[in-house]
Write a protein that binds this ligand. Structure first.
Ligand code: NCD
Ligand code: ZN
Length: 335
């Protein structure tokens, strides 16, 4: 039986929610990952030191062991430097959402006026707090990410010492930005390495493939694969696993978000094996993130086995991507 071992996998973009959902969902990631960058788009958003601390405590009490570290983020607002100095030791990044662009982003940034943001972004730069960005405009849905590239350029040029992470990139346009500015990085999800718009609405409409940003064209998928499979050093895995209750997905007005937490490592292994790039998966799923964020994860060793695995229909009322379908790899052991 063919196996593959990974050390300290990291998911650098994860939605864990809160309450019962958190208790049900967090253990799934904590089982196979050493740590994850936790998104702050709760209702209300995580935007105070007290909220960061108490959310972290709730996450830690939801996971059954000590071998998982939640790397906390703060919801971007135009914070002053004194506040940022008070939180810098307790967060790994700050996450910026354009207002209203995705789930629970209503309190985000209304307009990208660099002068209004300068104090905060310069303080983040001084304090070495990375800025993670949901990079979409309010334009036509297929063009939203490409249209955002000029904003990334503005941010990268004005704050050359600020680490800026283009979150969950879906386009060739974003891939092309990576080597243009030394301070731009990116996360890539597993579903965006598998899907195009055809898999969302090309046949029957597939609510469990629907997310923001929406999956794009075949040439975009190829561009994402090219940097992920080579484990480009400025690219890291971030699942953007975004659980919603089944009735919110299978409904008139489907919530955006693909739930992949329990199957993401298996799918990544399958993709990298198909392209004969398994040797690069360790860097994509852990080493690059350690270098970019300067983090040192808890030890964990995951062995995957090449055998058919039927994806469960749901996990505590949340339907995963590929529910009921057979994928090519399974988790064999976790140490
Ligand atoms: C995310 C969510 O549900 O919180 N949804 C999504 O489609 N990806 C928010 C986000 O990251 O955009
Ligand atoms: Zn997200």
């Amino acid at each position: 039986m063919k196996t593959h071992t990974l050390l300290m996998p990291l998911d650098m973009h994860l939605h864990l929610r809160d309450g019962v959902m958190l208790e049900n969902i967090a253990p799934l990631t904590a089982f196979t990952y050493s740590g994850a960058l936790i998104m702050p788009n709760l209702v209300p958003p995580v935007d105070t030191l007290a909220a960061v601390r108490s959310y972290k405590e709730r996450i830690i009490s939801a996971v059954p062991n000590d071998y998982f570290e939640p790397f906390m983020t703060l919801f971007y607002k135009n914070y002053d430097k004194a506040f940022l100095e008070s939180v810098v030791d307790e967060i790994t990044a700050i996450k910026l959402y354009p207002a209203g662009i995705t789930t629970n982003s209503e309190g985000g940034v209304e307009s990208f006026n660099i002068e209004e943001m300068r104090t905060t972004l310069e303080a983040m730069s001084d304090l070495e707090i990375p800025l993670c960005v949901h990079g979409e405009t309010d334009g036509f849905v297929m063009d939203r990410e490409a249209e955002f590239m000029s904003i990334y350029e503005l941010l990268a040029q004005n704050f050359p010492n600020l680490k800026i992470v283009m979150e969950h990139i879906t386009t060739k346009a974003a891939v092309d930005m990576l080597d243009k500015y030394p301070n731009l990085y990116a996360t890539i999800t597993v579903h965006h390495l598998l899907l195009t718009l055809d898999d969302v609405i090309g046949g029957m409409m597939m609510p469990h493939h629907f997310c923001k940003p929406i999956a794009k064209r075949p040439e975009d998928l190829d561009a994402l694969l090219s940097v992920a499979l080579e484990a480009h050093p400025k690219v890291m895995f971030g699942s953007d696993s975004a659980p919603h209750p089944q009735h919110k997905k299978e409904s008139c007005g489907c919530a955006a978000g693909v739930f992949t937490a329990p199957i993401s490592l298996q799918l990544l292994t399958e993709i990298f094996e198909q392209f004969d790039k398994l040797d690069n998966l360790q860097a994509f799923v852990s080493d690059n993130a350690q270098n970019i964020y300067g983090i040192c994860p808890e030890f964990k060793e995951i062995t995957l086995e090449k055998r058919p695995f039927v994806v469960p229909q749901n996990y505590s009322g949340v339907v995963p991507m590929y529910a009921g379908e057979t994928i090519g790899w399974a988790i064999e052991s976790v140490d």
